[in-house]
Design a protein around this ligand. Structure first.
Ligand code: CA2
Length: 143
């Protein structure tokens, strides 16, 4: 099974600021955790991070016909991007939305998720572990 893991804007700054919300671990730690999960679960995983909405849309489009599942944390674009929602709908690849923090317990604007409307499942507030759970969810339901 081939899974694409997408991370949106500023997630590359993890561990550098706001440890109270996102934890002390770095983005490199997150990449390593996902690589380890891929090895343990015998999955082919590609990872991509961008601060640019269009680049994320391009990557989702390029996944068409190549990947069996997508794990996506669109970060701030979660709450604004109809373009990412449309791209996920267009490719129709099962996608799981992940948020490190519990967005429901934060500002009201974080409680709207456009991307989530095209996702088969959402995991929030589980820290980095949420990515592992999302990968396992895809494996269990779509491998
Ligand atoms: O909880 C999540 O995973 C979020 O997707 C993270 C986004 C936020 O806009 C969403 O509402 C929830 C923000 C990612 C920014 O990451 C930072 C990392 C270090 C320092 C500051 C921000």
């Amino acid at each position: 099974m081939k899974i694409l893991v997408l991370n949106g804007p500023n997630l590359n700054m993890l561990g550098i600021r706001e440890p109270g919300i996102y934890g002390k671990n770095t983005f490199a730690d997150l990449l390593a955790l996902i690589e380890k999960t891929a090895r343990e679960e015998n999955l082919e995983i590609e990872q991509y991070q961008s601060n640019h909405e269009g680049c994320l849309v391009d990557k989702i489009q390029e996944a068409y016909g190549k990947f069996d599942g997508i794990v996506i944390n669109p970060a701030a674009y979660t709450h604004t991007s109809v373009a990412i929602l449309d791209a996920l709908k267009a490719v129709s690849i099962p996608a799981v939305e992940v948020h490190i923090s519990d967005v429901d317990a934060r500002e009201p604007f974080r409680q709207i998720s456009y991307a989530g409307m095209a996702c088969v499942h959402t995991i929030k507030g589980r820290g980095f572990e949420g990515y592992r759970e999302a990968i396992l969810y895809l494996k269990e339901h779509y491998a």
